[in-house]
Design a protein around this ligand. Structure first.
Ligand code: PRP
Length: 216
């Protein structure tokens, strides 16, 4: 049996995904050793391999077939724009992509002024302002702590993920507009979907039933 390879986005999402997989009988004991520096883990019995990657790299591994299956946030899928099949909403890691800033920035958004937008997601921001809002903006790419940008005067607004809203609140910022809802998704390589259809469809079926049960 050929290995089915999974690329998981490192961090909280990978832990939640593995907990979910355990419930449908997919375990990977090797991965539970947090002290390990190993990058790839196998379950010989089930013919499965798992590796952890930076979230933004997961769609790349899946598009090229280095992983058959990936689990990653919808934010990353939209931003990376890779060729892959998005097969399942895992309904976890739910949050929103929003335009945020100080309350005063609301007027500048409304009047379609030429504003600066700081974000870790330039493609999502570009698409939103160009195709949805029809507003010309200058996008500034940042790599983290995006909320800093309007505070120190780098930009008028930001496009960023809002989960609990506490980062915004603690920094005197607010949600000005909603771009889209986000959650963790399962993605599949387009060739693997055909070649390994039975195994992958079986896995999707089991996960779907579990998600339905847990979200009832
Ligand atoms: C994310 C996001 C916000 C924050 C939102 O940042 O970019 O800053 O979480 O969560 P909240 O609404 O619950 O406060 P992350 O912690 O991933 O770090 P980052 O600064 O590297 O983006």
């Amino acid at each position: 049996m050929r290995y089915l390879t999974f690329a998981l986005a490192k961090g909280r999402l990978a832990d939640k995904t593995l907990a979910m997989f355990e419930k449908i009988g997919i375990t990977c004991e090797e991965m539970k050793d947090k002290g390990s520096r190993k990058l790839i883990f196998t379950n010989e019995e089930l013919g499965l391999r798992f590796f952890l990657a930076k979230a933004s790299d997961v769609p790349t591994y899946v598009e090229y077939g280095a992983a058959d299956i990936g689990v990653v946030g919808k934010d990353t899928i939209l931003e990376e724009g890779r060729k892959l099949f998005e097969v399942l909403d895992l309904k976890m890691g739910r949050c929103r992509m929003c335009v945020c800033g100080p309350k005063e920035a609301e007027e500048r958004l409304k009047h379609h002024e030429l504003i600066r937008v700081a974000t870790k997601y330039p493609n999502i921001a570009k698409d939103y302002f160009k195709n949805i809002k029809h507003q010309t903006v200058e996008i500034i790419k940042l790599n983290g702590s995006i909320e800093l940008a309007p505070i120190v005067g780098l930009s008028e607004v930001i496009v960023d993920i809002v989960e609990t809203g506490s980062t915004l609140r603690e920094n005197g910022l607010t949600v000005l507009e909603e771009v889209c809802d986000l959650s963790a998704r399962m993605v599949v390589n387009q060739v693997s979907m055909k070649m390994e259809h039975e195994r992958i469809a079986g896995l999707i079926g089991k996960l779907k039933a579990l998600i339905q049960e847990e979200n009832r």
